[in-house]
Write a protein that binds this ligand. Structure first.
Ligand SMILES: O=C(O)CCC(=O)C(=O)O
Ligand SMILES: [Fe+2]
Length: 693
């Protein structure tokens, strides 16, 4: 179900891939451990088609509880023929035993939907992480007559599945005999899940009219002669609605509990291991978490597993069908934050996971500030207004607890206090609350100045504060809180993990330090100009000099990843647009008699680079500032389509990242476009209210 990935090893944490992001969970033992499952529950599914509603309801209750508490459960005695399951496994064994060149005839690249055989990827065969498996996949394909009871594809539709009819004539028959029964079982299970959410039995049917089905059979071939137990499929959470996994003879599936301890899910013959995925997490309002799992196997042992992934129709829109559960919500939410890009994008260097998250158990205001941030992100992703309101309540609660903490002298100077204020300032920034931000940012700065020596990661705090201060000053009429020499001192102290001077120590910032310094210089220069007058020739010359320097700047060759390279080039063009706009260099050029500066190419560069970034990803989020700068040049007459594209793009990134800043940026742009006034991004024209980006 997932492609290649590399997951870092962080001591004390388990890292995994879920929701398209690498996330981590701290291993909790002793006093820190919380109540969670230590075995996979087992439920008898024999009555699933019972005519008696009470029977079905009883089943639903057990399933709902298991989905909520564990996310994984066995369905034993399902009405799916054990003989057909065995026949399917036997067919698979024959297929995987075929010579490699025969299997390669059915390579996934021959199918428009990537269905068929996918060989072991040698790069992924390393022990410890990655995956060591070959797969055969098939799925929704209404050109196959065996699926005509669901739907008949219109004539001319291309087929997606590949069948090894020429080499294994019985394969297709045996797999379809199994598929047909599992499909009927899965469709009925949707209704049981619906009951489990307290809804009408048919309430979810609408989402699953023409479901997305996928069977990706995993074959984990032996890797070595010894019997060491190794991970062969990396930790991940499934994205579908639910998965019905058939295992045979060789166990190996392991499920991660809330304390980050692996719980084994051994083979139960002819039973399904069922787990709910991301789509059900959304539909259930976050109640049924998509639980993380992995596969381990003895190096000398062959293992085959047969999962059936069931997802909503590709052309349906899903949404939460019930209100969010409140059980220990703050606690669950703080986990959710670990994937948020501004907190550090890689687990091994995420200050959030290393410093903030562990302290949430001991520092009550930090716990609420973090819960407020997480709730806001989840509320936006799930479009849940009541959770958004809750987020505001938690932010207020954090402020109240903070006031209490500040009266205790002993606690005032500690790291928890600094992190809390920092988190609160971050929340103000997200929601666009200028007034609170103006209190929190200077307060955090005073703490770092006064108590900096004792902070375990002073660098993180200083970098974060500098970043918030600068970006905010470029999009509002506020002056910087830090002085420009202060900021430069902060920047020059930092080195990246690989030792490069003047590269961010934490991978959470997209704009290179050099460019950010130019932003500071230009912003200060602009803000000290007398209002309501033409710029002095000296000011224009200085601005032009900055523009020349920015233009002459080049990214360090080979230093950035491909994705970050695009973002950096988008910033490079975005900063130039910023200087030009502030000093109106497109109108009067750089000096007496100079030609006006052209902006078209810079706008195109920002757009092209931003579009080259994979979406959605942390990097697409990192291009908001340059995109905003480019969007200020979208003239109404020529660029109506572009404007709409950008609003849609911001909306898409917002719905996946949960970041409210995109909404603030979009509404600011709409106001500017509507007013038709010249916007210099600093005096903000007549725009009042939100603090953007
Ligand atoms: O091989 C297994 O038992 C589990 C496979 C799995 O988790 C997956 O394919 O998503
Ligand atoms: Fe899985």
């Amino acid at each position: 179900m997932y492609g290649q990935t590399s997951i870092p090893d962080v001591p004390g944490y388990v890292s995994f891939r879920a929701g398209h992001r690498i996330q981590s969970r701290k291993i909790l033992t002793g006093d820190e451990a919380k109540p969670t499952f230590d075995a996979i529950p087992s439920i008898d599914a024999s009555q699933i088609f019972s005519e008696d509603f009470q029977e079905r309801k009883r089943l639903a209750e057990q399933i709902g509880k298991a989905a909520q508490d564990v996310g994984f459960f066995y369905l034993i005695n399902p009405p799916v023929s054990g003989a057909k399951m065995d026949a399917a496994f036997a067919a698979l064994a024959r297929f995987f035993a075929l010579p490699e060149d025969v299997k390669m005839k059915y390579h996934v690249n021959n199918s428009p939907a990537f269905k068929g055989f996918n060989p072991v990827n040698p790069d992924e065969k390393r022990a410890g992480f990655g995956s060591a498996r070959e797969t055969f996949s098939l799925g929704r394909d209404y050109t196959d007559p065996e699926q005509h009871s669901i739907k008949v594809a219109p004539p001319g539709t291309v087929s997606l599945n590949q069948w090894p009819d020429a080499d294994l004539p019985e394969f297709r028959r045996d797999i379809y005999a199994y598929f047909t029964e599992v499909y009927a079982f899965a469709a009925k299970l949707v209704q049981i899940f619906s009951l489990a959410l307290g809804l009408e039995e048919t309430a979810l049917d609408e989402f699953f009219k023409f479901p997305f089905t996928d069977i990706t059979i995993n074959h984990y071939p032996p890797q070595a002669g010894d019997d060491t137990y190794r991970q062969v499929l990396f930790p991940h959470a499934d994205y579908g609605a639910f998965t019905l996994l058939a295992q045979k003879e060789v166990s190996g599936l392991e499920v991660l509990n809330a304390n980050a301890i692996w719980v084994k899910a051994p083979v139960v013959e002819h039973a399904f291991v069922v787990n709910t995925g991301s789509y059900f997490e959304l539909i259930s309002g976050g109640r049924w978490k998509s639980t993380v799992h992995r596969v381990c196997a003895r190096a000398n042992t062959d293992r085959t597993s047969l999962p059936f992934f069931f997802s909503p129709s590709p052309n349906t829109t899903i949404y939460p069908m019930v209100a969010l559960e409140d059980n220990d919500l703050e606690d669950q939410l703080t986990y959710d934050l670990s994937g948020i890009p501004y907190l550090g994008s890689k687990p091994e260097q995420s200050p959030y996971l290393l410093y903030v998250r562990p302290l949430t158990n001991h520092v009550p205001p930090l716990r609420y500030a973090v819960a407020a941030a997480a709730a806001c992100h989840v509320a936006i992703r799930f479009q849940n207004d009541s959770l958004k309101a809750r987020s505001r309540e938690w932010q207020l609660k954090a402020m109240e607890l903070m006031r209490q903490r500040l009266t205790s002298k002993a606690l005032t100077a500690d790291f928890g206090t600094v992190l809390t204020i920092l988190m609160m300032a971050q929340n103000d920034m997200c929601t666009g609350d200028c007034a609170e931000f103006d209190t929190h940012l200077p307060a955090a700065r005073a703490f770092v100045d006064e108590h900096g020596q004792n902070l375990p990661d002073r660098g993180y705090c200083e970098q974060r504060l500098a970043w918030l201060d600068i970006i905010r000053s470029t999009t509002s009429d506020h002056f910087l809180t830090f002085t420009s020499p202060d900021l430069k001192k902060v920047f020059s102290r930092y080195r990246s993990a690989s030792g490069h001077a003047r590269e961010w120590g934490h991978e959470a910032f997209a704009c290179p330090i050099d460019l950010l310094e130019y932003i500071v210089d230009v912003t200060v220069l602009y803000k000290i100009q007398p209002r309501g007058q033409l710029f002095s020739q000296a000011a224009i010359e200085k601005a032009s000099l900055f523009l020349e320097r920015v233009r002459g700047w080049t990214p360090r060759p080979g230093y950035y990843s491909e994705q970050m390279g695009h973002v950096v080039r988008a910033w490079h063009a975005g900063v130039q647009l910023y200087v030009i706009r502030l000093f109106r260099l497109h109108q009067h050029g750089c000096g007496e008699g100079d030609a006006a500066i052209q902006t078209t190419e810079l706008v195109e560069t920002v757009l092209a680079q931003a579009k080259a970034v994979k979406t959605p990803s942390a990097w697409s989020h990192a291009s908001i500032w340059p995109l905003f700068q480019a969007a200020l040049w979208f003239e109404e007459a020529e660029h109506l389509e572009r404007r709409q594209w950008l609003l849609d793009y911001f909306q898409m990134i917002m719905r996946t990242s949960g970041c409210n800043q995109l909404d603030v940026a979009a509404s600011t742009l709409k106001t500017i476009w509507k007013s038709g006034e010249y916007y210099d991004s600093v005096t903000a024209g007549n725009i009042t209210g939100s603090l953007i980006l």
